[in-house]
Design a protein around this ligand. Structure first.
Ligand code: AMP
Ligand code: GLY
Length: 440
């Protein structure tokens, strides 16, 4: 019977994908999204109420909403909510929550702690050092003047806290930039730059067992050809074809070791654990862990889940995940993120074409920063929306996504998106890649 109320704590496309999937559950009567966004109702067959005036970190107000509406499940999907301990506070109040506690989520919100944790548990990682002092860090890079590093703020920085540097001069510049991140940059990590191909893999854990949901490949640079500044992710494809049986086994073992390491350290992990990995000559190294779905990875992976998401999430709260088997539809998906052109002034502009897309088969649009006013849609800054195409392979999925994207425009010709999302796997397929994919 549809009598359950689910709360999704997220503002973007990831939250929209969660709302969409929860709305397909026969248990779910209503969905509350905090803060949510104006496009969430588009894909939901159940009513969605948003709270645009709240932030994902407004613990007191969120608890009040959960009490007022007597909600059955809260999905803490956004990293900053994990960091402030929203899960802990909701559990104290007796709510069912999917999403890690503050202590378990430290694996994401403190990169210095996370690297030390990975070292303690002998996970494959690059060489790194942690610093609290600019002068010590500068001494360190001056001793290694020709080394290429990543300089990373230890705290959360909206995906912008990792700076690649080619030599000591650039490294010193990056060290100075750490102050820009405020408290998040007080401690920072300098680590060896690994050259290889990246992918991500997602596990769901109930604190006792875990299952792999799938893999994806994110495109983070702003412009075609993987150039320009790093973004939080501007497109993505799934599954990641680099994940053959050998890579899958290594990644699975990394996730297993991390989850059991967290348990051993008294930080039981319930929720989605995201492994960001890089393959160097056939060996998988950990770049990072995140305590949540990726965004836009969620937009390609969540639609593939065939299970009832309400039941799946409840099984992680109750520690009964072993009674479920995650099933996915084995389709390929590509998501393309639309944003405002980098040089566009951040004023409100009309967005055209959304309703056209709703009629297209095997295409979904998820909003991030689109506001609705009557029958019109408006945008003003940042990542705006995500278009997901589905297909039998990445080539077909990407074609559907791009055909849909061509129908969208922003007043004054101000829409930006990459035109080469998924190129790595498109090339693999064109070169005759054969199915050796454990998920495939
Ligand atoms: P992070 O903020 O740790 O997610 O890093 C952002 C992006 O920087 C990653 O997705 C990688 O593309 C890149 N990156 C971070 N650390 C390294 C590293 N040690 N070697 C190579 N690339 C890295
Ligand atoms: N797309 C990368 C992330 O969510 O961290």
């Amino acid at each position: 019977m549809a009598d359950k109320i689910v709360v999704v704590i997220d503002s973007g496309g990831r939250g929209a994908a969660l709302v969409h999937k929860y709305s397909q559950s026969p248990h779910v009567k209503n969905i509350i999204a905090i803060p949510g966004n104006d496009l969430m109702q588009l894909n939901s067959s159940t009513p969605v109420r948003t709270f645009p005036e709240l932030k994902t970190t407004d613990i007191g107000e969120i608890i009040q909403v959960c009490k007022k509406y007597k909600v059955n499940l809260v999905d803490v999907a956004q990293d900053n909510a994990v960091e402030v301990g929203l899960t802990d506070k909701l559990i104290e109040q007796g709510f069912n929550v999917i999403g890690p506690t503050k202590a378990a989520g430290q694996i994401e919100w403190d990169k210095a702690w996370a690297r030390d944790f990975m070292k303690r548990h002998k996970l494959p990682i690059p060489f790194y050092e942690t610093f609290n002092s600019h002068s010590k860090a500068i001494k360190f890079v001056n001793k290694n003047p020709k080394k290429r590093f990543f300089v990373k703020a230890a705290g959360l920085a909206d995906g912008k806290g990792a700076i690649p540097v080619e030599n000591a001069r650039e490294a010193i510049g990056a060290i100075k930039q750490m102050s820009m991140f405020g408290k998040a940059g007080e401690t920072f990590v300098i680590e060896e730059w690994l050259d290889g191909e990246e992918f991500s893999m997602f596990a769901i854990s109930d604190g006792k067992t875990f299952q792999i949901v799938g893999s994806a490949q994110d495109y983070k640079r702003l412009y075609d050809g993987d150039v320009g500044p790093n973004t939080g992710g501007i497109g993505c494809s799934a599954p990641a074809l680099i994940v053959d049986k050998n890579i899958y086994k290594q990644a699975e073992l990394i996730l297993k070791t991390a989850l059991s390491g967290l348990t051993q350290e008294g930080r039981i992990y319930k929720g989605i654990l995201y492994l960001g990995a890089i393959v160097v000559r056939g060996k998988v190294f950990v770049i990072e862990f995140n305590a949540r779905w990726g965004d836009p990875e969620a937009e390609v992976l969540i639609p593939s889940i065939k299970n009832d998401l309400y039941e799946l999430s409840m099984s992680t709260c109750n520690g009964t995940l072993n009674k479920m088997k995650i099933r996915t539809d084995k389709k390929a998906r590509v998501v393309i993120t639309g944003s405002l052109k980098a040089n566009a002034a951040k004023t409100e502009r009309e967005l055209f074409g959304i309703r056209d897309i709703l009629r297209l088969p095997k295409v979904i649009i998820y909003g991030t920063r689109v506001t609705q006013d009557g029958s019109k849609y408006f945008v003003s800054s940042g990542r705006l929306f995500h278009i997901v195409g589905e297909g039998e392979d990445i080539i077909q999925a990407r074609q559907r996504a791009y055909e849909a994207m061509e129908r969208i425009s922003i007043e004054g010709d101000n829409l930006h998106y990459r035109t080469d999302i998924g190129w790595r796997d498109v090339e693999r397929i064109r070169k005759g890649w054969k199915l050796d994919n454990p998920e495939g």
